[in-house]
Design a protein around this ligand. Structure first.
Ligand code: ATP
Length: 136
């Protein structure tokens, strides 16, 4: 029988979301991590990417940049470096960030911190995907 569990996402800025959900898919560092009610206890590191979570049969999305998840006692808690639910994502801002990062990556200047540009690019892509990938 289908049940629910509490899904909580926290960033340094505070609570990003807290909902009763049926299913969550997270971007684990070793691949997608699906969590159903009554999942076994777990701690796992997360990649920058898109979270999907199902509330009353409706799929919702959020973006996160790194962090980890803890699952215990029918509750999943994500602690993320940054996190935004789809409705809170400023698509224009993410597009501008993506373009900036792309330019830096293309320039390959010795003054460019390539890792930093790469991470900024991934954060922007995650946000655009969570906000439905429009204009990608
Ligand atoms: P930017 O260059 O646009 O600031 P960034 O990837 O460097 O993007 P972060 O350092 O990851 O930004 O995030 C800083 C704060 O701004 C975080 O609280 C994050 O949730 C928020 N944020 C960043 N980009 C967006 C966006 N497109 N829409 C909504 N919130 C955003």
């Amino acid at each position: 029988m289908a049940g629910t569990f509490t899904f909580h996402v926290v960033s340094p800025e505070g609570d990003v979301l807290k909902e009763e959900v049926e299913f969550v898919v997270l971007p684990g560092i070793d691949g997608e991590l699906g969590i159903l009610p009554n999942h076994a206890p777990l701690i796992a590191a997360l990649e920058t990417g898109v979270i999907t979570y199902t509330v009353n049969g409706k799929k919702k999305k959020a973006a996160i940049s790194g962090g980890f998840v803890e699952v215990s006692e029918n509750k999943a808690t994500v602690l993320a470096d940054t996190a935004e639910v789809a409705e809170a994502i400023d698509v224009e801002r993410a597009l501008a960030a993506k373009e900036r990062a792309e330019k830096r990556l293309a320039q390959k200047s010795p003054d460019t911190d390539m890792k930093r540009a790469e991470y900024a690019f991934r954060r922007a892509i995650a946000r655009l995907n969570a906000a439905d990938g429009k204009n990608l």
